[in-house]
Design a protein around this ligand. Structure first.
Ligand code: DOR
Length: 417
């Protein structure tokens, strides 16, 4: 077993939604379901800070239910649903609708609210009424808040509410028209690029605003070496900043776009080898607190088009853990910190997820076989969409079982409902 307190060999007894006992050789009570975890690691369930569930509005790509099944199969017991739905989640009524859809699905669904009305970057959304429903993260993800004055006011409002702003860092004017990273590959392929500086300008601005306001900022899907360096310096200064990186930004580079395969189109775009190395270094030294999937399902008609017309985004929930175990040179506890207890703390849900596997705690758990190898089969994914760039890739590390509030929602790698 591996959790925030360390590693040990133990059996875990679960009943009534809670961990009842942890210890050597527990005799199962009569009638108990016994899940085999031989050779596996029992861990707190994973927590995704960045999931697009697409409901309401784009149910042809994903629903809360199908996304939750993909999450459970990936070892997640909680996800934060992004608000760039249609319409956007920018009011208590809209947030409540998604929370209700999430009540009976295969993982705990928390919601990030929009910072601005309609995510249009003009007027602040009623963050207070959404915070009253338990919303702890606010973001216009898909777009960054372009107006520095509005972002300052949002930080002041968020500070007063005790919530965190999560920024999609992209200077829209500088990035305009770019379909991939601007560099050697965009020149060779003749595709317009967006420079690393389009991300870095907003990281720099928001660090400056965090210093001005004392507000908490979480940087979404950081992808460039410059961004990582700035967040490292901001943390050293003591500012209240946290950051995440997506699996594709430490496993793929812009060279993949040479295939013109639209599953490699994502925003922020795949970057260079040097950026990948910097993201990995940031994950290793704690500059980047969490791995977040940016699970972005798209319907076939939005991907089976020329590269410049395709929507950006790729699936993530069912491959994130295995990509981290396969590609990061970190101990298992380090990988789980990035996927479970650190994101749980940033999402403000550490009382239910990511905590120690201990008596009296909610039984939100996953059981991982760290040595199992498997090949990603796009057709076998539980997501309603198919846009994974990893089809055919051999990975090491697989989720065996996932328990949500004590209920086995995944057994032996298959969803139970
Ligand atoms: O690639 C992306 N897809 N990046 C985003 O910021 C938004 C996301 C989406 O919603 O599809």
């Amino acid at each position: 077993m591996v959790d925030i307190t360390g590693e040990r060999m133990a059996d875990v007894l679960v009943a009534g939604g809670l961990v009842q006992a942890v210890g050597q050789s527990i005799d199962p009570p009569a009638g108990a379901t016994v899940l085999d975890a031989a050779g596996c690691i029992v861990a707190p369930g994973l927590v995704d800070l960045h999931t697009h569930l697409r409901q309401p509005g784009r149910e042809e790509a994903e629903t809360v239910e199908t996304g939750s099944r993909a999450a459970a199969l990936g070892g997640y017991t909680a996800v934060v649903a992004m608000p760039n739905t249609e319409p956007a989640l920018d009011s208590a009524a809209a947030v409540r609708e998604v929370l209700e859809l999430g009540m009976s699905v295969l993982c705990d669904v928390r919601v990030a609210g929009a910072i601005t009305v309609g995510r249009l970057g003009k007027d602040l959304a009623p963050m207070g009424e959404m915070a009253d429903l338990g919303v702890r993260l606010f973001t216009d993800d898909g777009d960054g808040v372009q107006d520095a004055r509005l972002m300052r006011r949002a930080m002041e409002y968020a500070s007063a509410l005790g919530v965190t702003l999560a920024q999609h860092c992209e200077d829209k004017v500088l990035a305009a028209g770019g379909h991939m990273h601007e560099g050697e590959w965009s020149s060779r392929l003749g595709l317009p690029g967006q420079p690393a500086e389009a991300e870095e300008l907003m990281v720099a601005r928001d660090i400056t605003l965090a210093r001005l306001t004392g507000g908490r900022v979480h940087f979404l899907h950081l992808s460039t070496a410059g961004s990582v360096a700035m967040v490292r310096a901001a943390k050293a200064e003591g500012l209240a900043v946290t950051a995440e990186a997506a699996p594709h930004h430490f496993t793929l580079t812009d060279a993949a776009v040479a295939s013109y395969e639209t599953n490699f189109k994502v925003n922020p775009p795949l970057r260079t080898d040097a950026d990948v190395a910097a993201v990995k270094a940031g994950l290793a030294d704690g500059t980047i607190d969490a791995i977040a999937t940016d699970h972005a399902p798209h319907a076939a008609e939005d991907k089976e088009v020329p590269f410049d017309q395709a929507r950006p985004g790729m699936l993530g929930l069912e491959t994130a853990l295995a990509l981290a175990l396969t590609e990061l040179d970190l101990p298992i506890a380090g990988v789980l910190a990035l996927l479970s207890w650190n994101p749980a703390r940033i999402a403000g849900i550490e009382s239910a997820h990511g905590g120690p596997v201990a008596e009296g705690r909610p039984a939100n758990l996953c059981v991982i076989d760290p040595a199992a190898t498997w090949v990603v089969d796009a057709g076998a994914l539980a997501s309603r969409a198919r846009n994974t760039p990893y089809a055919g890739r051999k990975l090491t590390g697989r989720v065996h079982h996932t328990l949500l509030r004590g209920e086995p929602v995944v057994i032996d790698g298959a969803a139970t409902r």
